[in-house]
Design a protein around this ligand. Structure first.
Ligand SMILES: Nc1ncnc2c1ncn2[C@@H]1O[C@H](COP(=O)(O)OP(=O)(O)OP(=O)(O)O)[C@@H](O)[C@H]1O
Ligand SMILES: O=C(O)c1ccc[n+]([C@@H]2O[C@H](COP(=O)([O-])O)[C@@H](O)[C@H]2O)c1
Length: 193
């Protein structure tokens, strides 16, 4: 599952768990983006990576990859999938999990046709976003309805900046990590480590 995870929240975790169970996946690899070129300023990659590790630690099927944060330049999913293919080998069945909003734009992603050959794409429902696969290649993309969790990372950041709690929106360890590092308090983005 690819995402900026700034911070990772229960919407991401429920979506990953649902897809893992429905597709009987051996594991779900969370891949925090290095430089998400479509987003503005984001928190340091190391903070986003560590929050993802903390959030997924208790699930034996969940793992976290540094592939995107260790690669220089803007993050493109075609590169992520090539890296995953190199790790798991040619015979592995790869699925790329993402949200319905992101999925709607995948045909404009870098090397979209090559990318669609490297994995099967799963778009999970997200409250507030219309789920339509009409313009997407049906053999490469599946839309999956997951239990609705109206949580977003931007809302979590805004809540911290306003002094509101994010308990129960993100895992407890992520709340503690945000507090320890003072993330999102001022501009919404922490200073580099
Ligand atoms: N509550 C949710 N339910 C289902 N999918 C989600 C949810 N939140 C995020 N996603 C999906 O997870 C992927 C990674 O999300 P990302 O890390 O950008 O979080 P986000 O909450 O969308 O962040 P932001 O609010 O900063 O845009 C995206 O494809 C997004 O659509
Ligand atoms: O490959 C691309 O051109 C591309 C463009 C936008 C987003 N993505 C990937 O889509 C995933 C979700 O992105 P985001 O910005 O919603 O967190 C994440 O893994 C991104 O690297 C990939």
């Amino acid at each position: 599952m690819g995402g900026t995870f700034d911070p990772i929240h229960h919407g991401h975790l429920v979506a990953a768990s649902e897809v893992q169970a429905r597709f009987d996946l051996d594991e779900v690899m969370f891949v925090p983006t290095g430089q998400p070129y479509e987003k503005g300023r984001v928190s340091p990659a190391e903070d986003r990576y560590l929050m993802t590790v903390v959030a997924t630690a208790s699930n034996p099927r969940f793992h976290v990859s540094r592939a995107d944060i260790d690669r220089d330049g803007p993050t493109y999913t075609v590169d992520t999938l090539r890296d995953m293919r190199a790790v798991y080998g040619q015979s592995a069945e790869l699925y790329f999990i993402t949200g319905a909003d992101a999925l709607g734009r995948i045909m404009s992603w870098k090397d979209a046709l090559t990318m669609l050959e490297l994995a099967h794409f799963i778009g999970v429902t997200r409250p507030g976003f219309e789920l339509s696969g009409a313009h997407l290649p049906a053999d490469s993309v599946t839309l999956v309805e997951v239990p609705a969790m109206a949580i977003s990372s931007s809302d979590c950041r805004n809540r911290v900046a306003s002094g509101l709690p994010v308990w129960y929106l993100v895992p407890d360890g992520v709340v503690q990590y945000i507090n320890k590092r003072g993330l999102y308090r001022d501009s919404g983005i922490a200073k580099p480590v």
